[in-house]
Write a protein that binds this ligand. Structure first.
Ligand SMILES: [Cu+2]
Length: 151
């Protein structure tokens, strides 16, 4: 009987904590996890990109400016099927919404020399963790409520 009461109090406390955390989360203004505009300047030269890895969050509006430091180069993002090209003195620009999570390879589309096939970089699109935290909190609150009501 005593044990049941302790479990009940623990569940109620857990439920209250879940609700409190959810309220704090809702009240908190947009953070770095919210979709936002991201800008990257990628410098291309035989046979590399700098930076060669672009890290964004799901939902971000991403703009990549491609600048060539020697000959003509391209940038094609696998999975997103989008591309741009840069020529000496003429930049290329690419804007898209990173709506798919995962690691995508981007590669040069202009044959620029012997190691052209190895000219690659990576686009990492992280899932929107804030969304998942909220989803988990809602499930937590629902479970706590169910336990309290159904005991
Ligand atoms: Cu190339």
């Amino acid at each position: 009987m005593m044990k049941k009461k302790i479990i009940l109090i623990a569940m109620a406390a857990l439920g209250a904590a879940c609700i409190l955390i959810a309220l704090i989360g809702i009240a908190t203004p947009a953070t770095a996890e919210s979709p936002r505009e991201r800008f990257f300047e990628v410098h291309a030269k035989r046979f590399e990109y700098a930076p060669d890895t672009i890290q964004v969050n799901q939902g971000d509006k991403v703009t990549i400016r491609l600048v060539s430091e020697d000959v003509s180069h391209g940038l094609y993002v696998d999975g997103y099927e989008i591309k741009t090209a840069a020529h000496p003195g003429a930049e290329g620009t690419l804007t898209f919404v990173a709506d798919k999570t995962g690691r995508y390879t981007f590669r040069c589309t202009v044959t620029c020399g012997e190691f052209h096939p190895y000219m690659v970089g990576y686009l990492n699109v992280e899932p929107n963790s804030r969304l998942w935290i909220f989803a988990l909190l809602i499930v937590g609150v629902a479970l706590c409520s169910a336990v309290i009501v159904l005991r």
